[in-house]
Design a protein. Sequence first.
Length: 763
Amino acid sequence: PEIAIFGDISTETSLEPGTIGYITVRGEPLFSGYEGDGDANKSSFTLNGWFNTGDMGFLDDDGYLLKISTDVLSIVPSTIPASLYPLITGRSKEVINHGGEIISPVEIEDAVLGHPPVRTSLAFVVPHDVLQESIGVAIVSEPHAKRVDLLELHNFLSHTLHPSKCPQVMVYWDDVQKNMGNKRLRINLAQRFGIPELRDGLPPSSRTYEATCPPPTASIKEPIPAALVVPSAEASLTVLLSHPSVVDAVIVPKALNAFMKLRGPDADAEYESPAIADDVSRAVHNYDRPREFIVIDAIPRLDDGSTDNPALTLKARPAEVEAGPVERAVATIFRNVLGINGTDYVWKDMDFFEMGGDSLKPGRMAGVRRKTLGVAVRAQDNPDVQKGHSEKLNQIPRAPLAAADEARAVAIAVQAIPLVLLRPMRRLGGWLLFANILCFIKIVLGWKANDTGSRLLQLIIAVTAAGILFSGIFLPLFAWATKWIVIGHYRAGSHPLWGSYNLRWWIVDRVLFMCGRGLFELNSTTLTLYLRLMGAKIRVRYVDSGTMFGEFDLIDIGEGCAFEAARVRAFTMEGGCMVLSKIVICSRFVMNIRTIIVPGAYVPPNTAFPPISSSHEIADTRPHYATLCRSTLPSPSIFTKIFLGYPLIGFVHIVSLLPWLGNMYLLSREDEKKDEGGWGGKRRRRQDAKRWGAKTTVFASRGREAASSIGVRSRVQCCVISSTLDRPSACFAEMRQSLLYCDKMLGQSLPWTGEREKNDITN
């Protein structure tokens, strides 16, 4: 008969060789139809006489279709040549419609059978809330073999199957159910197992079951009890504690991380850790095996003897922090696409599908990765986080992250903001507040200063209050608001120079520098509060005001740490880009003077750096360096501080202000001189008045003639200026002030000898 592969029976759309579709035949010896069943004939035969066999398959390049029993394949697959493998992939009633993609269960079973611990397998349909149908597989393991979990199965199938064809549900079975004719029963298998409809985000532990095979006489509608498999760390812990090289061990249940203390101080962790991991893997099932085996000096425990899990979690962070920028970027993309909590660690060999991925999320992940890193990697190349995607990304040549044009108008305008706007506003704001406080003291409080001491005291009070309110409180709060408004949370990664993120980071950095910390630098408690307000995760004990912190959201500091005039910043330059990398500092860490913690550093607990060093020199750390940190030294008693410490500090501060106080005194004296109306004091003016004659009558018809007639040679004695002679521009206010001054100096009003002279001066 004739054979054809149709993609759509109703339209008789033929498919190319190698493409799976509906197998149809026509011609002799095909029967002509079902007798007396018109509906069956209509659904099985096309208008052109093609009969739908109900099977799925494809033709080879020569147009041939070969069929071999799948039961034979499951028994002796290695004895059949590859050229004779069946091109019939399954029944159309049994195929899996995975989001519009037709997947043959036989294809899945053949791939799974290649795994050594698997004796036989059965693929079946699992309902999905978005994709309509997903893939499940029932596995029968070889006798005495350990069960393979979804992670290991995905790693194995990634070399032969597209990620969309990887099973999302696994059932451990003792045997595959068959009917009396030795035919496998896969119809409605998910319903019989009681597997609920799948949805995105389910962890592997919610998609792994175990069940017992019913007898062959059981109906295909009879339920098969299945229970979820619960991973347990007890089996692995028992194997670890019985290992001759392990003294103590503990396993964190949530992450299944094994922490071990090896026997002897000279134990080679790099050599023994893989060997111990292999021994554990051979003794337990895959889903019970720890993901990581970490060797530590001692197991941290609480006072009651229980394990300190937070401390163990910090010890597991070096692999993440020490990873390269590409690996960290890929791990971040995995978290975002899969919705993993940012505090949960993503191990380097975690599988994308084992972490909750499905056939639709690789497309989204590829789009995010292409947008973020500028490269494209197929999901099936390697589904793990760092060993696969990061290696592929590092191998693919891509254009470097180029800097933006530093001469563009936006970049120049942003860089000019501190010089043109912020610095003048800071200076102007301080002076305006000082002037308002001084006016408040004089006008509102009614404190009238009549001598030099009062004026000097007013200036000191106004300057001190303005400094506390403006520099101590307002500027730090302004910097805090600017940080959260302009840049928000700092993002780890590489950012192009002169780009939007770089300019925002730069303007925030300048604002923080100009505003300072103000009153938050009073002690360690207030400085710790300031760092927390800025977004830092800090539980520090001792920190002095000389320590420089930056990029606060990327800093994680444990308890009991001490800092002295150090530098902790997550910013650096690498490859012509601005790079921000997270810094993790564990508990009980001591950082001496002029020590630098570089971006991306991980500092283990109980570490003390020597002075003038960096986190690159972690091999030089010694416990006795902790005694050199002055911030950890015992504090004096409160009586010593009150009666000795604070008075000495106040005396030194006052001495340092003597030049400033001297200037304030001179300014107050000058102000007093001006208020008294002349260049000399009252005593000097009265002496001058008596010398020149207090009873002298001044004739003011002409200013120069009047002054020469009594021998006046300065403004001290008398200042009568005519508006008609040498100074026509002299104003009436100045002349009136001079007359009043003369009255005050002489103690009486000047008599006038003529109406003309009086009118001249009055005019």
